[in-house]
Design a protein around this ligand. Structure first.
Ligand code: FAD
Length: 376
């Protein structure tokens, strides 16, 4: 019997782990190389769209995520000052029925841990920072910062917005700082001292917004994430802290409910928001990009991780049953199937008007990565 195709995945983020799990489903031998020495649970929430949940369901993670996440009735959109409702996007059971899966609000660490649980530990090699790639007749050679090497039939660069794989393959312009920053954190809801807040609301200001939602089924943990101008801040790091007093000052005058959430907030991370135009190509030979590495986006549709997770499912379908000689065609098919959608999401996200008023959301949440026709 022919040996299975071997695929090296660079990056054990949302896209890399989802890809590892999806490729293993179709019998591919995967190894994931991650630069970090351990997985940290950083205070951030993540909205898991119905479209991403359909992928997670097939990876066996639906029950786990339902059990750990908040199931919102809606994503409400309100005016920053008056609190007037601009558009209440109803989720809950009606959206679940319409789009075929639930919309969940999770702790980012819970989603990452769930994806990690879908891949055996021995498949993930921590402390492996990719620094070089070399395509040979025997396969693709990977070189790591500690001097070790590996070889695989094909490589998937799922190494995020600052992708080393992308920089090795293509001469691309650097990612752009959007001139805006996000403060974000999670904290125990007990700190609200019994104050009642909305379950999930985006508060729309003139040049800034704040999104606040629960990330646990029992409303025990609150998450907030903002976007506001700050052209000179360029640090994009999970360890960069912000000053919660600055955060409160930037949202002074917002609706009293926002004031309560910020008054109770003990600590906050600060993150420069990045953007990039769509790349001309995602693949070169037997190496392809996936997720933020090829289509990073501003976070305003809450769909960046969802796109990486959808990529994983579609890539597994393209590689299903393919041998070493078929990899390049499979990668072209993957890109041709995914690019129109991810570019549309990138552009829609950049406009930052998603759900500000009545919006047709079916094209986003109704998508099923397991059944969408593959490009010829
Ligand atoms: P990442 O998750 O960034 O993973 C990349 C991995 O590659 C990392 O583990 C990194 O350490 C590793 N790596 C990097 N370089 C190397 C190297 N040289 N060698 C080895 N490993 C390497 N998306 C949603 O769907 N819903 C949301 O609600 C949402 N909210 C967001 C809020 C904010 C403020 C931001 C900034 C983003 C948000 N996103 C959201 C987007 C989402 O976080 C990203 O789109 C998603 O993490 C992309 O996944 P990825 O696997 O492509 O990259």
């Amino acid at each position: 019997m022919a040996r299975p195709l071997s695929v090296a995945i660079v990056g054990a983020g949302m896209g890399g782990l989802a890809t590892a799990a999806a490729l293993r489903r179709v019998g591919i031998d995967v190894t994931v190389y991650e630069q970090a020495s351990q997985f940290a649970r950083i205070g951030a929430g993540i909205q898991i769209g119905c479209n991403a949940m359909k992928v997670l369901r097939a990876l066996g993670l639906e029950a786990r995520m339902r059990g750990q996440s908040f199931y919102p009735r809606s994503w409400n959109n309100r005016d920053w000052k008056s609190g007037d409702i601009k558009f209440d996007m109803i989720f809950g059971e009606s959206a679940e029925e319409k789009f075929g899966a639930p919309y969940l609000l999770a702790h980012r660490g819970d989603l990452h841990a769930a994806l990690a649980s879908a891949v055996p530990d021995e498949v993930v090699r921590l402390n492996h920072k990719l620094v070089g790639l070399d395509q040979t007749n025997e396969g693709v050679r990977l070189g790591f910062a500690d001097g070790t090497r590996a070889v695989a039939d094909a490589v998937v660069g799922a190494d995020g917005v600052h992708s080393a794989v992308r920089d090795i393959l293509f001469d691309t312009a650097p990612v752009k700082f959007a001139g805006r920053i996000a403060y974000r954190t999670t904290y125990p809801a007990t700190l609200l001292g019994g104050e009642k807040i909305d379950d999930c609301t985006k508060w729309w200001g003139e040049d800034r917004h704040i999104v606040i939602y629960y990330v646990k089924p029992d409303r025990s943990e609150v998450y907030l994430v903002t976007s506001q101008p700050e052209p000179d801040f360029r640090i994009e790091s999970w360890s960069a802290k912000g000053d919660v007093r600055d955060l409160r000052a930037s949202f002074a005058g917002f609706h009293p409910q926002v004031g309560k959430v910020l008054a109770a907030c003990p600590d906050v991370h600060k993150w420069a928001i990045m953007d990039r135009e769509a790349l001309d190509r995602w693949a070169d030979g037997k190496v392809t990009l996936l997720g933020d590495a090829c289509h990073p986006m501003t976070p305003y549709m809450a769909q960046g991780a969802a796109m990486a997770i959808e990529d994983a499912a579609v890539l597994s379908r393209c590689l299903d049953g393919v041998d070493r000689d078929g990899v390049m065609d499979a990668f072209r098919r993957f890109e041709a199937t995914r690019k129109v959608r991810t570019t549309r999401v990138q552009e829609t996200s950049r406009a930052n008007i998603w759900l500000r008023e009545r919006t047709d959301t079916s094209w986003v949440y109704g998508y099923d990565a397991w059944s969408v026709p593959l490009a010829a």
